[in-house]
Design a protein around this ligand. Sequence first.
Ligand code: NAP
Length: 275
Amino acid sequence: MEKMNKLAVIGYPISHSFSPLMHNYISKQMNAPYIYEAIEVAPENLKDAVGKLKSENFCGFNVTAPHKIEIMNYLDEISLEAKRYNAVNTVVNRDGRLVGYNTDAEGFYMSLKYRGVDVDGANVLILGAGGAARPVALNLAERNIASLALVNRTKEKAEYIRDYVLECSGYAIDTEILKDRYDIIINCTSLGMGDNKDKTPLCDLSLVDESTTVCDMIYNPAKTVLLADCEKKGAKIINGLGMLIFQGILAYRIFTGINVPDSIADGIEKEVLGV
Ligand code: NAP
């Protein structure tokens, strides 16, 4: 059998993905023989594509939109974390068995830590209740935070996440803004990108001051209207690039077993992403 050094990301569309540049950079820095490519897979072809990756003996692959949930039907095993997040973004081929993991939420947490943001004792507010919000909410609920609120345009979706987090972790989250200030505010909505580039999920900036950290899951644009507004109020701002980078570093460790240092994030930012 051909040597297992092939890695990939599958998604639809996929041409915009940073992942090949990032993973190939890590391989170069670690002097490791892995080659990572982007493969476009339309939803109706997902099952066949997974079979092909397995038969071609890929070492592992990342999974991005729109396949993160559907992929779970085609795996031999799913990690507890990915089951709880109900999404898989990393699949490793262990001797012909495909095992699914999720590194997104932990990647987000690591991106905060890397920027010196401590969630211990923090009052946290999440804006949004889509696919990205649930893992982040559950991940934070299992840390030593002081409180967590999650608000959303469609309140039922926030309530669904509240009930899910309570069931999984026993942690009770609010679905309304009940405090005058939060230490950490996280945008998990799509307001600030694409057609909504000029919009912000937080019109009332009275919640934000110099002691607030405001994170946006969006990384394109690098500074959303939300981040620009909050920066003007003196807040520390963090965009979604760190999350993208750390979910990739964690995936690379799972694929290869190589203990890539966190500090490689600096090189990825500067040399791969040019920021
Ligand atoms: P999603 O499942 O489609 O959820 C979208 C969220 O945005 C929902 O809460 C939705 O509210 C809200 N929303 C959309 N339009 C709105 C509007 N006009 N007014 C108010 N709320 C609105 O998307 P997702 O997968 O959670 O992704 C959310 C964001 O995170 C995206 O920008 C995505 O690019 C980003 N993301 C980044 C990373 C990273 O690595 N940095 C990873 C994953 C996702 P309703 O429920 O009311 O519709």
